[in-house]
Each structure stands twice: as C-alpha cells, then as structure tokens.
Design a protein around this ligand. Structure first.
Ligand SMILES: CC(C)(COP(=O)(O)OP(=O)(O)OC[C@H]1O[C@@H](n2cnc3c(N)ncnc32)[C@H](O)[C@@H]1OP(=O)(O)O)[C@@H](O)C(=O)NCCC(=O)NCCS
Length: 249
C-alpha cells in the first residue's frame, strides 16, 4: 500500500506476519527535507490506512546520512529499536585458513537441530525483537530457533557446525544472494564461548564462500562488541550503519 503521491510505501512482511500472527509491514519512503510537514501529514494518513487494512506493526530502516527521517518518524509515533552495522570482506584468492584447525567443523544434519535451536533461542538478545515491546521474549526466542531450523533445512543455505565431544558447540550459516555471500546467523553455545570456536567457524565459512563469490556481508547490532570484534579481526570493514524504528498500530 502507498500514499497518494507514492512517496511512502508499506510492504507486507509475509514471513513475520505468519510467524507472529499479526500483520506486519516495512515502511519505505523518499523523504523531502524541503517539506517535512507534508511528509508528516502523508505518513499519518498512510499509518491510519495501514491500521484500517489490518496492519499492527510497522518498521522502518533509516540508513546513515539521516536528513530528518528520524525526527519525522519520532513525530509520528515510531521508536528507535535497533542500530546495526553492515560489514563487508573482500575475499582474497586463495583464501585457505591459516593455522591448524582445533575443532571439527562439518555440515549440520538433522540430529543437530534440537541443539542448534536451543543455542539460537536466547543467543541474539541484542536484536530488536528483544527491544521492541510488541514481541514477547518467548516469541523472540522461538523466532530465532525457527530461523536456524529454516536455514538448516533450506537447500540454498549452508550451516556449518563446530563439534566438541560429538556435541554441536557452535554454528555459522552461509547464504549466497545476488552474487555475494551473507552470514545470517553465527552463534556459539554459552559454555563454549571464548575458546576460538567462532573464529574458526568464520574462517571455515570464508573458505567455503571463496569457491562461489568474492565478497561476504555481515550485519550485526552496533552494541554487539563480541561480534564486531570477531568480524573486524577476520578482516571485515564497516560498510554502513542503519537505525530501525518501529510502531505498533
Ligand atoms: C559472538 C560469538 C559468536 C563469539 O563466539 P566465541 O566462540 O566466544 O568467539 P571466539 O572465542 O572465537 O573469539 C574470536 C574473537 O571474537 C571477539 N570476541 C569474542 N567474545 C568477545 C567478547 N565477549 N567481547 C569482545 N570480543 C569478543 C574477539 O575479537 C575474539 O578474538 P580474541 O580471542 O583474539 O580476542 C558469541 O559471543 C555468541 O554466540 N554470541 C551470541 C550470538 C551473536 O551475537 N552472534 C553474532 C551476531 S549474528
């Protein structure tokens, strides 16, 4: 659905709507800094129409170089729920892992699923699903469990698992989209952190990506020091930062 002048659009977030049992959308807009009042009126009108159409939750992502979008969103009832950093690594060729592997790393299989789902549940507490009051903590946990399950089952993605004493101790997921690599989720079990498992999983993933692409993207919260440090040490550089705002209708 769009505003009259098509400056504002709300796109249905189909997966989220189905999962959270409430109609959810993402707002996209081309902001006109010369006439913020007009945009504010249009946005209010669009949100009213969205509510009438059954939408209950709208998010909007604003990239770095904010020209007034954040102020407009605040004015129309949106709240800041997330600040993320996108990083990229150009892959050199050849990109063999340096040093001997300490942990056994392999593709995930069906038997890993309960452990990976448990690991994912509660691992990503810095994400906006835990900061936006509309979601219950149990829903956010369940969403991340389902996400890793879907990644494991989907042919387009690869999930590699680090194994210790025949138990999955951590995982990294790898996807290829539009010619580039992406790591949607990486996590290590709470009892296994700080031993270099994520470093090794990431190196393994990069070696896998090397066969198919020349660049890999990752996205994480600006407050996730552990993840940012892990990525920077592996040679990722910051591409941009963005903020996510949301409102319940
Ligand atoms: C981020 C995470 C995967 C790191 O796993 P880990 O196995 O403990 O990390 P490693 O032991 O391999 O550490 C590798 C590097 O990561 C960084 N790092 C790891 N834990 C850190 C912490 N608590 N604080 C700061 N940096 C940290 C360091 O740069 C470290 O290198 P160093 O050992 O030379 O200092 C783990 O903390 C985790 O699962 N967090 C929850 C899920 C998450 O936030 N995932 C990332 C977003 S998708």
């Amino acid at each position: 659905m769009s505003s009259k002048k098509e400056l504002l659009t709300i796109k249905l977030k189909g997966w989220d709507t189905k999962f959270f049992h409430r109609k959810m959308g993402a707002l996209d807009f081309s902001f006109n800094p010369a006439n913020p009042m007009a945009d504010s009126a249009l946005l209010r009108e669009l949100l009213k129409a969205a509510r009438a159409a059954g939408y209950r939750h709208i998010i909007c992502r604003v990239k770095e170089g904010d020209r007034g979008e954040s102020a407009l969103l605040y004015k129309c009832g949106f709240k800041l729920v997330d600040t993320c950093v996108e990083l990229v690594k150009e892959l050199d060729s050849p990109c063999d892992r340096k040093g001997a592997a300490q942990f056994q790393i392999r593709l995930c299989n069906k038997k890993d699923l309960p452990t990976l789902k448990e690991m994912a549940s509660g691992a990503f507490t810095k994400s906006y699903f835990y900061r936006d009051r509309i979601f219950k903590r149990s829903e956010a946990n369940e969403m991340h469990s389902t996400w890793i399950e879907n990644l494991c089952k989907r042919g387009a993605a690869r999930v590699f698992v680090a194994q210790i004493n025949s138990q999955a101790a951590g995982f990294v997921s790898c996807e290829l989209k539009d010619g580039a690599g992406r790591i949607p989720l990486i996590a290590v079990g709470k009892n296994y952190r700080g031993r270099g498992i994520a470093r090794e999983l990431l190196a393994y993933a990069l070696e896998w990506f090397c066969k198919y692409t020349t660049e890999v993207h990752v996205r994480t919260q600006a407050v996730n020091d552990a993840a940012l440090s892990l990525y920077r040490k592996a040679g990722f550089r910051r591409l941009h930062k963005d903020r996510t705002y949301s409102t319940a209708l």
